[in-house]
Write a protein that binds this ligand. Structure first.
Ligand SMILES: Cc1ncc(COP(=O)(O)O)c(C=O)c1O
Length: 383
């Protein structure tokens, strides 16, 4: 990352055809520059050396013909991890959720129950209604990411009446992005699934960061996945792969998802190059996830000591705010000031909350540097 930034800056500097002495000074300063600490998201990671090597060596085939052995290997590996019958590799988490909800809401006039703060509901363009005509029944999301107790969720299922859409699936999110990376309470998914199953309603998990949820609750992934009829899990977030998600469920369900993936234009050809990186991510990054949560906790402690309003992190996501009157500057101004000094985090769109996300490329030194830059910013009043 640092090397890339350095070489980009270097070529920009060279292009200016600066006098030799100035260029030499500039190069020395840039060479000494510390790497950017990028806490905006766990999607900003660079593929590791092992991922790049595996991508280069990947045995590929046309996945539309079912000919890509590396994709097949990845799908089988995720089936094993999650204890499901079948799985399909999709380009993004958004498409994973979309094909899953549409596969559950196969008939016209279907409805899915979802939390009003779910990623599916807020950040995915209402894809299930936009592309598939499914109706979203959005219900309040509690601070822990739940959407009511099991009895309350059961009561949301529509009775069979010509006035109503037909409830087909309840979608949960674990960990919950807008709820500070909270892992759902132990047993919640199982209780919801048990409450709606006899009404013919399925459950889907947006498990973009299910890896962190399982680690937080100290569960095996298959135990976390067991209650759900389907899951969409991301390789490109906490796990650090360059792209891809996997949808898992029963054989029939996944066959339907494959069909939807093709119709939505998401079926790729020699995509073993991406699956290969995903396989490495499962070996290389998955075992170390708890370090991200520890780093987020350390950052939270440091920010709390500086007077920020910090929401205690459970996993790798950390949200915090500031009292503008007391600090004398806004969240936006702080974020911009720190970005200029090589520490990147973000203001949540449409709010004044700030977000940091730890990932496997945030080291202990990086976290310390982030805190030092923020402290200097506060001490100087952003001057
Ligand atoms: C909880 C959750 N679900 C789904 C997604 C969508 O993933 P993608 O960006 O790969 O479409 C995200 C993205 O950040 C997410 O945080």
């Amino acid at each position: 990352m640092a090397a890339r930034r350095f070489s980009l800056l270097l070529s920009a500097a060279t292009a200016l055809v600066a006098p030799r002495q100035t260029a030499t000074r500039t190069i020395a300063r840039l060479a000494a520059a510390e790497p950017v600490v990028d806490l905006r998201s766990d999607t900003v990671t660079q593929p590791t050396a092992a991922m790049r090597a595996a991508m280069g060596a990947a045995v590929c085939g046309d996945d539309v013909f079912g000919d890509d052995p590396t994709v097949a290997k990845l799908e089988a590996r995720v089936c094993d991890l999650l204890g499901k019958e079948a799985a399909v590799f999709v380009p993004t988490g958004t498409m994973g959720n979309l094909v899953s909800i549409l596969a559950h809401c196969w008939e016209r006039g279907s409805e899915y129950v979802v939390g009003d703060c779910a990623h599916v509901h807020i950040f995915e363009q209402g894809g299930a209604s936009q592309f598939g005509g499914a109706h979203a029944r959005a219900v309040p999301t509690a601070a822990d990411g739940t959407i009511g107790d099991a009895a309350a969720v059961r009561a949301l299922v529509r009775v069979d009446d010509q006035h109503f859409p037909a409830t087909k699936v309840v979608a949960l999110e674990d960990t919950h992005n807008l709820r500070g990376g909270a892992a759902l309470p132990a047993g919640y998914g199982a209780a919801v699934a048990a409450a709606v199953r006899d009404l013919g309603v399925c459950t889907h998990l947006d498990g973009a960061r299910v890896w962190h949820a399982a680690a937080r609750r100290n569960e095996a992934l298959a135990e976390t996945a067991a209650p759900y009829d389907s899951l969409s899990v991301c390789l490109s977030k906490a796990l650090g792969a360059p792209a891809g998600s996997v949808v898992a469920g029963s054989g029939d369900f996944v066959a339907r998802c494959r069909r939807l993936r093709k119709g939505l234009g998401g079926t790729m050809r020699q995509t073993g190059v991406l699956a290969a990186a995903g396989l490495v991510a499962l070996d290389e990054v998955l075992p170390k996830l708890e370090e991200d949560a520890a780093r987020a906790t350390a950052l939270a402690a440091g920010l709390g000591a500086l007077g920020f309003d910090v929401e205690a992190p459970q996993t790798n996501l950390l949200y915090f705010g500031l009292d503008e009157a007391r600090f004398g500057f806004s969240a936006r101004a702080l974020v911009d000031h720190c970005a200029d000094r090589g520490v990147r985090f973000l203001v949540v769109p449409g709010s004044t909350r700030m977000r940091m996300v730890c990932h496997h490329q945030i080291t202990a030194d990086g976290a310390e540097r982030a805190l030092a830059v923020i402290k200097a910013a506060c001490d100087s009043g952003l001057r």
